[in-house]
Ligand binder design. Structure first.
Ligand code: ADP
Length: 478
């Protein structure tokens, strides 16, 4: 059983409630976790508020804050194998992904933002009043609720924890109920690193815990990654005290394959772009616009490449694609597949559950998909590849921009002007030309339109976790 971490101490929920977290490859319970209720949320918010003004944190020099974050990165690396295995068990991702992406990505995020601690600057601005000195200060926003999803639990926790703490905030992290275990372990490591009590707090629980946190008047900011529908509910929950919000929400990334593209390279990249983490990625390539002249070739090669992938438990080194996160999610993915069939899409491969006690689904390719079909419009968050054809390159930006989402887009071409013209016309927070989607601590991550508000990572995260104050001084005699 895992506990809550509030004000520097571990303990159960006030009412003793717990919930189970499952191994999605085995469909068995790994352990029980404390389920935080309103009383626990109150306590965590009070601890985070107190820590905000505690000189142990508020007056800690920036260089010392940097050392704490750097120490977390070291501890993550020291415990890399353990964290990777735990992530694979709780989330299902292949161990190679946990080892090569999740754990190093987590450590790198803490290092990148450790570097920022000593570089969060104000400026001296040339105001037009005589005898006046004006400068700006960047100050912490305050108590930040960090609510994370189940698809990359450890890494996304780091995307929020590292910049929030670099900027001097205090935090309450709430991992998704399906995958709390690596966040619990990370918080244990952060406690070891030596953050003062109350700076880092952890509440495990489900939507009710998240909603109690989101509606709490003592929370100044929410950073959330998850579904667009919950994102909308957070906007409402924040209305009373006008919390600051960073929202990284759903996506339906178009991947555009031009007539001149190197199809074999495009297939290799797009299979990864679509099926990485079994398609459970907010930026997953999930609608494929292929020049009609190349559509059949692209589709049959994608189907062959998808078929060649081994679906199995993440702990098996031979596995390419792990399970989906839950039976409910598998049923939702299957419902998207049924609706595509009903709408007249042509199933090329997959379209069914794979064998095993866990939540395995065959990678699925559809041809003859049209823009009107739900499978081309709705986020599936699973291993489903709908291929659409286009005739006129000039129509493609409009079709790519035709949905409410705008998280990412991908373009496959050897023609520079096609690539950069489209990159400029597509309304999305990231455009990947001839490559798979990747996050990097040094640059922006986030979406246009219903894919979210604000940006994570890079210097943009510093904006997201600070308030700017203007300080005016009259220099003449008073
Ligand atoms: P998904 O649809 O991918 O499961 P969700 O958006 O439902 O993602 O969940 C992402 C995170 O948001 C999880 O930590 C979940 O517990 C939390 N959550 C779900 N509903 C709410 C809510 N109404 N308010 C705050 N947090 C919520």
């Amino acid at each position: 059983m895992t506990g809550l971490y509030i004000g520097g101490a571990w303990g159960p929920a006030a009412d003793g409630a717990t919930f189970a977290t499952l191994d999605p490859a085995e469909a068995t319970v790994i352990t029980e976790c404390a389920e935080a209720g309103p009383a626990d949320v109150d306590r965590a918010v009070a601890a985070a508020r107190a820590a905000l003004d505690d000189p142990a944190w508020a007056e800690l020099p920036a260089a010392a804050r940097a050392r704490l974050l750097w120490k977390v990165a070291d501890l993550v690396e020291e415990h890399a194998d353990e964290l990777a295995e735990l992530e694979t068990r709780d989330n299902g991702q292949p161990l190679a992904v946990a080892r090569n992406v999740t754990v190093p990505g987590t450590a790198e995020h803490f290092r990148y933002f450790a570097g920022w601690c000593t570089k969060i600057e104000g400026s001296v601005l040339p105001v037009s009043y005589p005898d006046t000195l004006h400068y700006t200060r960047r100050e912490p926003v305050g108590v930040c609720a960090l609510i994370t999803p189940w698809n990359f639990p450890l890494m996304i926790a780091a995307w929020k924890l590292a910049p929030a703490l670099a900027c001097g905030n205090t935090v309450i992290v709430k991992p998704a109920e399906q995958t709390p275990l690596t966040t619990v372990r990370l918080v244990e490591l952060m406690a070891l690193a030596g953050f003062p009590p109350g700076v880092v707090n952890l509440l495990t629980g489900g939507p009710e815990t998240g909603a109690a946190l989101a509606g709490h008047a003592g929370v100044d900011k929410i950073s959330f990654t998850g579904s667009t529908s919950v994102g909308r509910s957070l906007v409402h929950a924040s209305a009373d005290n006008l919390k600051r919000l960073t929202l990284e929400l759903g996506g339906k990334t178009p991947s555009i394959i031009a007539a001149d593209a190197d199809i074999d390279a495009a297939v290799a990249g797009n299979v990864q772009g679509a099926l990485f983490n079994s398609g459970q990625v907010c930026a997953a390539y999930s609608r494929f616009y292929v020049d009609r002249k190349r559509a059949d070739e692209f589709t049959s090669k994608m189907a062959a490449a998808a078929d060649a992938l081994k679906v199995g438990p993440g702990l098996d080194p031979a596995t390419d694609l792990g399970p989906l996160i839950s039976e409910d999610h598998l049923m939702a993915v299957d419902a998207h597949v049924r609706s595509a069939l009903y709408d007249g899409a042509q199933l090329v491969t997959g379209g069914r559950r794979a064998e095993g006690p866990g939540f395995f689904y065959r990678p699925t390719v559809f041809a003859e998909v049209t823009d009107a079909m739900a499978v081309a419009r709705e986020e599936v968050f699973g291993p489903v590849i709908p291929v659409l054809a286009y005739d006129d390159p000039d129509e493609i930006a409009g079709r790519a921009n035709g949905l409410e989402y705008g998280l990412a887009a991908s373009i496959w071409t050897n023609d520079l002007s096609t690539a950069h013209r489209l990159a400029a016309r597509i309304r999305a927070g990231a455009v990947f030309i001839n490559m798979i989607h990747v996050p990097d601590a040094a640059t922006t991550w986030g979406g246009y339109k219903a894919s979210g508000w604000g940006r994570e990572m890079g210097p943009y995260a510093i904006d997201a976790y600070t308030e700017v104050k203007g300080v005016w001084t009259h220099l003449g005699r008073v």
